[in-house]
Ligand binder design. Sequence first.
Ligand code: CTP
Ligand code: ZN
Length: 149
Amino acid sequence: MKQLDVSAIKDGSVIDHIDSKSTLKVADILNIQNEEQVVLVGMNLTSKFLGKKGIIKIGGKIIDQKEVNKIALIAPDASVNIIKDYEVVKKFKVEVPEIIEGIVKCFNPNCVSNYNNIKAKQHVVNKNPIKLQCHYCERVMSVKDIVLI
Ligand code: CTP
Ligand code: ZN
């Protein structure tokens, strides 16, 4: 069968199974415009599970935990593959942590966390779809309210 695909990479990270509409947001988190090696972005690719998925492949980069935590917030079904010499050497699903600190701005403009250099902090009350409750003002945010710091 002929299939449209995004080509393999030699070394780096592949973020797969991104909800297609969130692909460019994930690209923003990963700051791909500043990468110097090969970056491949695919959107609206066919997926058995998601219907349509996005995929991002970044040559020469091993993504870090903070990036994984951010991705989990906007693409909770995403999986990460670490590639070495064309082989997948590590594969894991992103996971939303129980507590988010210093990653998401509270959407309540009057919240104390938006003043006085207090680090924003939310409790994850639901993982998929994401619901975050502010530790300080207790307002609950959903994905549309999320602004990354
Ligand atoms: N990949 C890549 N370059 C490689 C090896 C793999 O870009 N040298 C990509 C594949 O295109 C795929 C992802 O990394 O999107 C995971 O690869 P693999 O585990 O081989 O594919 P699947 O079995 O389809 O993965 P999954 O079970 O996670 O859907
Ligand atoms: Zn708040």
